[in-house]
Design a protein around this ligand. Structure first.
Ligand SMILES: NC(=O)c1ccc[n+]([C@@H]2O[C@H](COP(=O)([O-])OP(=O)(O)OC[C@H]3O[C@@H](n4cnc5c(N)ncnc54)[C@H](O)[C@@H]3O)[C@@H](O)[C@H]2O)c1
Length: 363
């Protein structure tokens, strides 16, 4: 089996879907790796390391796409990559199709077997390939928010930890899952006042037990959201309904109620965002102001820390990649129910219920 690793093309992307260590695992199992020249450079991995691990380095993305049985990527294929996708190819990557109707159509048109990292399931129903990137985005959201609150950047000038004798900043986190819990950890560590809201009482109970009264946990409902967000210096959107478009939990009216120079970091932007006034931004221009509130909505936040992200991502993908190389893709899908849950497109159709519902496609 040939695993193809193209260089990521999304603006500001620094991650790579294969480290030299994963490459060595694949080649030791009898797989072949075709890697686009310099694909790992932004994450600190040079071609010589891949060569030593058994990869063949090729000069262009088209050479990778043309010959690979399985394309291993980080981000979903972008428009400029559509023409490279081969009929019937397998693509294993983050797809986020609920927020990408054009890509969904393209994958169906090319009969791509699209296996989305974000819907692969663990035996406990968790999402092991979403987890490391969510943890990174959650942790980053606080350092990004803290930075954007700085006066020189148009922020309100609030220091999240405050100092003795002053009120610390108030961080409100909506969603207490992987990204939300890690945002809470960073915010609490900085000494901020932290409120976290979720619909799942078990998640709130776990955080309440962990932080023993140092943070406030609240049921997510419109009244609590209105009350807390109006007082937030930094709002973190971290909700997820698996594979579906993110629900809007913060209305424009609630955004208007925030203090000038407050900051919103909507991590859930890759699923459309959970704040009514949010729209995707990029690493080139990560923020905009609306109603005097700074909005940050970069869909590939982990690219800010390419090395940690590449290591975190590949340690999660490695067992699945190894399984595909050892057994072949179809047998791996037949034998591993969790991996099979990753299949979003097959034979020209969307086959993941929540995605087809979100897109209004027939499944
Ligand atoms: N922007 C980025 O770079 C980036 C990086 C990684 C992950 N993400 C995205 O972040 C989002 C969150 O991912 P996660 O891994 O933390 O998900 P998760 O499943 O671990 O957690 C989501 C939480 O949202 C809660 N939730 C659902 N509806 C809610 C509501 N109405 N109010 C409050 N809580 C609600 C769920 O109960 C759950 O606890 C996803 O969209 C994911 O794709 C974005």
């Amino acid at each position: 089996m040939i695993i193809g690793v193209p260089k990521e093309v999304k603006i500001g992307e620094t991650r790579v879907s294969m480290t030299p260590s994963l490459c060595r695992r694949v080649t030791s199992l009898g797989g072949k790796v075709l890697l686009e020249k310099s694909a790992g450079i932004s994450a600190g991995f040079v071609d010589a390391q891949y060569k030593a691990a058994g990869a063949t380095i090729v000069p262009s993305a088209s050479k990778v796409w043309k010959s690979a049985d399985v394309i291993l990527k980080v981000k979903e294929p972008l428009k400029e990559e559509y023409s490279l996708i081969q009929q019937g190819q397998t693509i294993f990557t983050y797809l986020h199709l609920a927020a990408g109707p054009e890509l969904a159509k393209e994958l169906c048109r090319k009969s791509v077997l699209g296996i989305a990292y974000e819907t692969v399931e663990g035996s406990d129903g968790s999402f092991p390939l979403l987890k490391p990137m969510s943890q990174i985005a959650g942790r980053l959201s606080i350092q990004i928010g803290a930075y954007r609150l700085q006066s020189q950047l148009g922020g309100s000038g609030v220091l999240l930890g405050g100092i003795p004798g002053t009120m610390p900043g108030h961080v409100v986190v909506i969603g207490a899952g992987n990204s939300g819990a890690h945002a809470v950890q960073m915010a609490a560590g900085m000494g901020a006042r932290v409120t976290v809201l979720d619909l799942d009482t078990r998640k709130l109970e776990a955080l309440d037990t962990e932080y023993r009264g140092r943070i406030v946990t609240l049921m997510s409902n419109p009244a609590n959201i209105e009350h807390e967000v109006a007082d937030a210096d930094l709002l973190i959107g971290a909700v997820l309904i698996p594979a579906a478009k993110a629900p809007i939990v913060v209305s424009e009216k609630v955004v208007k109620s925030m203090r000038p120079g407050s900051v919103i970091v909507d991590i859930a932007i890759d699923q459309g965002g959970c704040v009514e006034t949010i729209r995707p931004t990029s690493h080139e221009k990560p923020t905009y102001k609306e109603h005097d509130v700074i909005h940050y909505a970069v869909p590939n936040m982990p690219a800010l820390v390419g090395r940690t992200s590449a290591l975190g991502l590949t340690q999660a993908t490695e067992p699945f990649v190894a399984m595909m190389v050892q057994k072949g893709v179809e047998r791996a899908l037949n034998e591993h129910k969790g991996l099979a849950k990753g299949v979003n497109t097959r034979n020209g159709r969307i086959v993941y219920g929540a995605v087809s519902q979100a897109l209004g496609f027939e499944s």
